[in-house]
Write a protein that binds this ligand. Sequence first.
Ligand code: GDP
Ligand code: MG
Length: 180
Amino acid sequence: MAGIDDVEQIESSSGDPSIKVVVVGDDSIGKSCFVTRYVNEEFDPFQPVTIGSYFLTKTVKHSGTVSKLQIWDTVGHERYYRLVDSYCQQAKGILVLFDLTNVNSFLNVHNLWITKGSPSCHKVLVGCKCDLVDARQVSEDMIKEFTTSQGLGYFETSAKFGVNINEAFLEIYKRIISSS
Ligand code: GDP
Ligand code: MG
C-alpha cells in the first residue's frame, strides 16, 4: 500500500511506467471490496473504512501486451473531493462505481463522478453488488439510457461472488492501450 507521496517518489526515481487507474464513487458502495477482489482475489466483507487514498498494483496482460496497473482506491466522502480530483487528473482510466441497491449513488454518477478526470481519460461504469437482486433500485433501462448517451462501457459486478470484476478491469485496460 502506498500514498500519493510514495507515488511521486517512485515516478521520479524510476520513471515507473505503470498505468494509473482510479476507482471512484459514493461512500460504502463497494469500491474497496471491488479492488481487493481484483488484486487479491478475495472478498473481505469487513473492509476497513478507506482513509485518504492508496493504491495497489496488479500485472495485466492482453493480446501480448503486459502492463502493471496502479489501482487507486479512493474515498467518496465530500471532504476528500479535491484529493480525488487530483488523482483523477493524473489517471489514464477511471472506473466509475455505483451501488445497484442505492439509487442515490447512481444519481451522483451523473452529478459528480462522471465529470472527473482529463478529457482524454477513459471511463467504464460499474454497477456493484449485483448479487443483491431483491434490493436492486437501479433499473436496466435507467442504466442503458445513461451509458448510451455517454458512450460508456458498463459491467454489473459482485465482489462477493467474483462476478465481472476481471472483465471490468480488462475493458478499461483495453481502452487505454488501444488509444496509446
Ligand atoms: P467503499 O466505501 O465504497 O469502499 O465500500 P466497501 O468496499 O467498504 O463496501 C461497503 C459494504 O458493502 C461492505 O459492508 C461490504 O461488505 C459490502 N459489499 C461490497 N461489495 C459487495 C458485493 O459485491 N455484494 C454484497 N452483497 N455486498 C458487498
Ligand atoms: Mg473504501
